[in-house]
Design a protein around this ligand. Structure first.
Ligand SMILES: Nc1ncnc2c1ncn2[C@@H]1O[C@H](COP(=O)(O)OP(=O)(O)OP(=O)(O)O)[C@@H](O)[C@H]1O
Length: 617
């Protein structure tokens, strides 16, 4: 067993479900706030915080300064920042194409993000070297259920599902294929049609109506549609259709597996979810999807690949690792999908994406189909994305690009860092047992708030990048099942996760960027269901977001609190601000000028990462 394969995250303090949390409460209470000396986990969490959290290694992955977590421990609000919070990675050295020497000192050797996620501040040499002290990654996820009921279990479309039909869609580019109005028009093969109806899909959503024919016609696509509106099926269905029509079949008889489709997404839980959707839609066919992501035993994943792989779903690091190990060949790739594409192309992941498309065997962009999906797509990222797409790619905008889901009722409460926790408790008591995601800005804060809620007898679990994969998956499972109706999460859970019956999202801490806000509140109000988002607004901390929030609220045709408007535009209000009730704005960057309201700031190419640099992958 090789050394790298089993590296694992440093364990972290883990307040989990109320049941799990009980034994830890005493340790949490026993001085963590005061002394910061509450055993190993707290000590680990403190490493490299508040100062340079620089990560070296792998050709230099530079990180800026993080928010001081110490502050959060003391004040519960965590508002002090130590300067630059941006995130940037250097390159990772040359590509190591399988076998041979483990790439030390610049050669690519793959990685597991979480090795770094522990934030232990180890330098380049150490992080690349095998560290015998580091726990080994032995985690193997539980087998997925094989019975049809479980595979096809789904939640119901909501009352607003039909309203999707009223959303304006703008498609830009040349030679546009005609949209479909029904799944029948897509002329999918029988098994796929069956799987679609077993999934409870009766008619396509707008992004599916336009996406399916565009992808089936072989065109490259950049698609932007609101959270929870079916983007996953929009790319999976036409890809699977193509693979089935071509008669591809998984074979365990080749040493190197050569998938026809590669799908990347920024977080483990999201890529796992996409994989499960692919598994559902390819049920009963010869197409075999496989998933690879960090925090899981690499040997296990290699064996899964060896069983045959047509659709490889992965987080970037583990995917590149599998390619580097020579387990996966790319020469047959016909479809490359970047889900949450704006995130995949921001400074955090862009180098990985460039490595992926530059990997040996990967067909050039002229020879493959590249598909990008997200609910948000800042123009500067769009321009960068064009590097990965054919010149004649199509751009589909469903509704307002970067707009919040209109099925989510957004409210704001003015708070101070001193009363936030009590406000949260009051709110959760009002909410009762309805499923609620509480977003906080740092991993430390997630632990802190989860432990606090458990102590207050609110059944709570938590998910963030310092938790082991086993714990992350258990937390999600407990939340999904309703065992713990409250999930405290960092932004690692903000994108893509499709969890049934999440009725509420609470932004205990507002995120740094408006796009992050849009994704977070999009965990509720999915698939035509309604949802509620309550955000705590601390004027001392959040005023930089005020204008963007006003813009988002106005575009979603929701009431803007006067105090928020004042915070955004000063005492004279928003005379110059008029989103004009417009329900549609196309922002294909190729059209030249922006169509967006100038009052709504687009995000920079490298949006600041979560304050304590939560690792997503
Ligand atoms: N045509 C359809 N009919 C019924 N349900 C659908 C349809 N398309 C998708 N869904 C369901 O809607 C839910 C949301 O879909 P999905 O997760 O693909 O949204 P998304 O647009 O990717 O959201 P996000 O931006 O948050 O990633 C899923 O449970 C999915 O199975």
């Amino acid at each position: 067993m090789d050394d790298w394969e089993e590296e694992e995250t440093a364990p972290s303090f883990a307040p989990v479900s109320s049941t799990d949390a009980a034994p830890q409460r005493s340790s949490w209470n026993g001085g963590a706030r005061d002394s910061g000396n509450d055993g190993d986990s707290w000590n680990r969490s403190n490493r490299g915080r508040g100062g340079s959290a620089g990560r070296g290694g792998r050709g230099g992955r530079g990180r800026g300064f993080g928010r001081s977590d110490q502050d959060e421990l003391n004040g519960g609000g965590g508002d002090s920042e130590n300067g630059f919070r941006g995130r940037g990675r250097g390159g990772r050295g040359g590509f190591r194409s399988g076998g041979g020497e483990r790439g030390r000192g610049g050669g690519y050797r793959g990685r597991d993000e979480d090795v770094f996620a522990a934030g232990d501040g180890r330098g380049a040499e150490n992080s690349d070297a095998a560290d015998p002290e580091r726990p080994k990654v032995t985690y193997i996820p539980p087998s997925l259920p094989e019975d049809e009921d479980s595979i096809f279990s789904h939640y119901k479309m909501g009352i607003n599902f039909d309203k999707y039909d009223d959303i304006l869609v703008d498609v830009s580019g040349t030679n546009l294929p005609a949209a479909i109005m029904t799944f029948e028009e897509a002329k999918l093969c029988e098994s796929l049609e069956n799987n679609i109806s077993r999934s409870g899909y009766v008619k396509p959503t707008p992004v599916q109506k336009y996406g399916l024919p565009i992808i089936s016609a072989g065109r490259d696509l950049m698609a932007c549609a609101q959270t929870g509106s079916g983007k996953t099926a929009a790319f999976l269905l036409p890809i699977l259709q193509q693979l089935m029509a071509d008669g591809v079949a998984a074979s365990r008889f080749s040493e190197i597996q050569e998938p026809e489709a590669v799908i990347v997404a920024p977080t483990r839980e999201l890529i796992n979810q996409i994989y499960q959707e692919a598994r559902k839609f390819s049920f009963g066919t010869c197409v075999r999807p496989v998933v690879v992501y960090g925090g899981v035993n690499t040997g296990y994943q290699m064996r899964e690949i060896e069983k045959g792989c047509n659709v490889l779903c992965g987080t970037p690091g583990r995917l590149l690792d599998m390619i580097g190990r020579g387990k996966v060949g790319l020469s047959k790739v016909r479809h490359l999908v970047l889900d949450e594409a704006d995130r995949m192309l921001d400074m955090g992941f862009e180098p990985d994406m460039r490595r992926l498309v530059g990997s040996p065997g990967m067909p050039s962009k002229e020879e493959r189909q590249t598909l990008m999906f997200s609910a948000t797509f800042p123009e500067d990222i769009q321009r960068l994305a064009a590097d990965f797409l054919k010149v004649d790619y199509l751009f589909v905008a469903v509704g307002v690009v970067g707009g919040a889901c209109t099925d989510v009722e957004q409210t704001f409460l003015q708070v101070t860092k001193f009363n936030k926790r009590e406000q949260l408790l009051d709110l959760l008591r009002t909410i009762g047992s309805e499923r609620t995601m509480v977003f906080v800005e740092t991993k430390r804060q997630a632990d802190f708030i989860a432990a606090f809620l458990c102590q207050e007898k609110v059944p709570t679990t938590s998910i963030h990048g310092d938790r082991e994969q086993r714990e992350r998956e258990k937390a999600l499972a407990d939340f999904r099942s309703g065992k713990c109706p409250v999930l405290v999460a960092t932004s690692v859970a903000s994108r893509g996760l499709d969890i049934p019956d999440v009725q509420h999202v609470v932004n205990f801490d507002l995120p740094n960027t408006i796009d992050d806000y849009v994704h977070r509140i999009g965990r509720t109000g999915r698939c035509g269901n309604t949802g509620r988002a309550v955000s705590f607004y601390d004027p001392d901390v959040d005023s930089q977001l005020a204008r963007s929030l006003v813009g988002i609220l106005a575009k979603a045709q929701q009431e803007v609190p006067s105090w928020l408007e004042e915070s955004a535009f000063g005492a004279h209000g928003s005379a110059a601000f008029n989103p004009s009730g417009r329900t549609f704005a196309s922002t294909d960057s190729r059209k030249g000028g922006s169509f967006q309201d100038s009052s709504v700031k687009t995000q920079p190419a490298a949006p600041p990462a979560a304050a304590d640099e939560d690792d997503w992958e």
